[in-house]
Design a binder for this molecule. Structure first.
Ligand SMILES: [Zn+2]
Length: 696
């Protein structure tokens, strides 16, 4: 079989693809068939996949095909699902499959039902790409994944999806062969032992059960998560739990030496694990403890036994507890980098989840140098490296060195995967599609896609246990806009280094939107760039992430050194955003699927254009109100501008509410509207009142 490169239509890219001449007219196929004589439990599973095939065919082509539990004779054309040992794939044989489309019919074969399910997903894409012609191109595919765990983080803190939309996301992940979701419930879990905690839009136990079942039918396993000490705002904001805070104001971090903290973890854990009795892994968080050792007890312990001891005594006890219930603990890996002797001591069954959201190439100019003492973001020079403490240098230099003579001017990308693996840990790699620095218009696609694709390739090359793409909804980008980045992770964690990012973008535009060119992704990049360059665009929630009030941000901006430079760039940014909005509006008519994502993009671009005008206008208002010589005419003109911006704000707000309401629970739409629009509307009205009063 010869590889046919350059065709690139399937996501993820199959390992071996042979195009063949001719088409199979689907009308010729009599049925979807499988061998009903196999072992009963296996047989039920294959029947279920055959029924999925029936629905997929109906959905993509409108044809309704019978499902039959006996394989028809060779003279009959059919779509056949066949379980048999396959001699392909590198280790993950239960996920390998062969898809064969010939004029005589379609055969999906695999050694396990999961492989058959993936064969079906590829067949489904072939149907979709036949553009309703009901005739599929003949071909043969042999395929298997590079990486075992291919997942996405479902962060349910904010922008709680409606239940239907949650299922839709799961369905989408399964269509691109993802097999894990990491669910961060926080206040969306219906804790009965702590009734203060659940949000009014928390999932019910029944819904969680349904969600897990829905995932399982699609070969997606749920990895639940419960932060064990940090990021506990949903708990510690309540006065009833204030005694557990590490400091009086520390609503995000609990005290690890207070026995109540462990007790609370155990009670919450018991409920979550009871709802996920089949899960293999349990994520305990344990990242970024910046405030460790603040309270008197913790401070004394740090002085007596060291910071590492305080952290690991608690975290390892949490891991023991997780292990006792038969689950494998997973934790964020960053704290381990800081404490070398612990990296050697802690049990190797703990899975390290290594997050790196900023590396965007195989080699990078910036990297977090491991220890909080040596955290460095910015251009790396030989001087930076020489300023690193000697013991840190000695520990990490071999991982930073790309090995091509460019060190220390350049560093290897994602250096710590090798470090953790050499210490004997299995590692889940965590790139990101939404993280600190993003805002609600759109994530910064200009670097997230590079980060995702390169990290997945690295995981494939170096044998990482898996990739789980993070998506921190705290930054309020609509789910719909982040999904292309999630599918990018599905692509490269399956296919590894086989194709380039540009190939993925073209394929994605075709399969996801029915477009010939990846214009929406270009628009995403433009909006992301505007977002980065515009002042006062970030909206976030909850300490320690909350940004200051708009009036404070405005004041800081007026005092900033680069104020004039930013002001001069605003008209250009507005033009760029307006052009992107127009392009998105045209695409709304052109796309054949997933139109909602384009509508969110149009809105994001329009919001950016409005933000650029608004920043210019706020500056002018400030100038006029501070200038005794400003004329009434100038003030009236500026007031007119404000009125126009207020009117635009009204329609942007209405459109935001309309789109978010399609996919987000009502209570969180309301919260979102408060976050996004209230402060700027108030400020505009305030300026308008002042200017009008002075103009008369
Ligand atoms: Zn403490």
């Amino acid at each position: 079989m010869s590889d046919t490169k350059g065709l690139h239509t399937f996501i993820p890219e199959p390992k071996r693809l042979e195009m063949r001449s001719g088409n199979l007219p689907l009308e010729n196929c009599r049925c979807v068939a499988f061998d009903g004589g196999c072992e009963p439990s296996l047989c039920d599973e294959v029947r279920r996949i055959a029924e999925f095939a029936h629905s997929a065919i109906a959905e993509e082509t409108g044809l309704s095909m019978a499902v039959e539990s006996s394989i028809p004779g060779p003279s009959q054309t059919a779509i056949v699902l066949e379980l048999k040992p396959l001699e392909i794939g590198a280790g993950h044989t239960d996920e390998s499959y062969v898809l064969d489309i010939s004029p005589d019919g379609v055969t999906l074969s695999a050694s396990a039902p999961r492989g058959l399910f993936y064969a079906l997903q590829t067949f489904r894409q072939a149907l979709r790409q036949s553009n309703g012609r009901r005739a599929v191109q003949c071909l043969r595919i042999e395929d298997w994944p590079e990486v075992r765990i291919r997942g996405m983080q479902l962060d349910l803190k904010y922008q709680m999806p409606t239940f239907d939309y949650l299922l839709k996301i799961v369905d989408l992940l399964s269509q691109y062969k993802m097999n894990y979701v990491l669910i961060e419930y926080e206040n969306k879990f219906p804790f009965e032992s702590h009734p203060l905690l659940p949000s009014p839009v928390a999932l019910s136990k029944q819904e969680i059960n349904q969600l897990i079942g829905y995932c399982a039918e699609r070969y997606i396993e749920v990895m639940p998560m419960l932060h064990c000490v940090n990021w506990l705002e949903y708990i510690l904001t309540h006065e009833e739990y204030a005694h557990l805070r590490e400091g009086p104001e520390a609503i995000h971090q609990a005290c690890p030496t207070n026995p109540g903290t462990m007790e609370l973890f155990r009670e919450l854990y018991a409920e979550i694990v009871a709802a996920h009795d089949d899960c293999t892994y349990f994520h305990i968080g344990a990242d970024e403890l910046h405030d460790i050792g603040v309270c008197p007890e913790c401070k004394a312990k740090v002085e007596r036994e060291g910071r590492a001891r305080l952290y690991f005594d608690y975290v390892l006890a949490v891991c023991d507890h997780v292990r006792q219930s038969g689950k494998r603990p997973v934790m964020w890996a960053d704290m381990v980098l800081n404490e070398p002797e612990y990296a050697d001591k802690i049990p190797r069954d703990i899975v390290m989840m290594y997050w790196d959201y900023w590396t965007d190439a195989p080699k990078v100019q910036q990297v977090i140098l491991g220890s909080s003492a040596a955290t460095h973001k910015g251009p790396i020079t030989p001087q930076t490296i020489s300023s690193v403490p000697r013991e840190i240098y000695e520990r990490f230099a071999e991982y930073w060195d790309p090995g091509d003579g460019s060190f220390p001017n350049e560093l290897a990308g994602f250096p710590y995967l090798g470090y953790y693996q050499d210490k004997g840990f299995e590692v889940l790699c965590a790139p990101s599609i939404q993280c600190s620095g993003d805002n609600y218009s759109c994530t910064r696609y200009w670097f997230h896609l590079e980060n995702i694709s390169e990290f997945c390739k690295k995981a494939a090359k170096e044998g990482g246990l898996g990739v789980v793409n993070t998506n921190w909804v705290i930054h309020r980008v609509p789910w719909e806009v982040t999904l292309p980045g999630v599918i990018c992770s599905a692509e490269f964690s399956w296919s590894g280094p086989q194709i380039e990012l540009g190939d993925f973008e073209r394929k994605f535009a075709g399969d996801y939107w029915g477009l010939g060119a990846p214009t929406p992704i270009d628009i995403m990049r433009t909006i992301g760039t505007c977002t980065t360059e515009l002042p006062f665009t970030r909206v976030c929630r909850g300490s320690p992430f909350d940004y200051p009030p708009l009036t404070e941000k405005l004041e800081a901006f007026e005092q900033s050194e680069n104020r004039d430079e930013v002001l001069a760039s605003l008209p250009g940014l507005r033009e760029k955003a307006l052009a992107a909005a127009q392009e998105a509006a045209a695409l709304e008519k052109e796309v054949t699927r997933n139109r909602l994502s384009i509508q969110f993009l149009r809105l994001g671009a329009e919001v950016n254009a409005h933000k650029a005008s608004q920043a210019l206008c706020f500056h002018q208002c400030g100038q006029l109100l501070n200038a005794p010589s400003a004329s009434g005419e100038e003030k009236a003109e500026c007031a007119g501008w404000l009125e126009e911006l207020l009117e635009q704000l009204g329609s942007l707000r209405a459109e935001t509410e309309r789109l978010l309401s399609l996919v987000t629970s009502a209570i969180e739409v309301e919260e979102e509207m408060q976050r996004r629009w209230v402060q700027e509307e108030a400020l505009m009205k305030d300026y308008l009142a002042k200017l009008t009063a002075e103009a008369h």
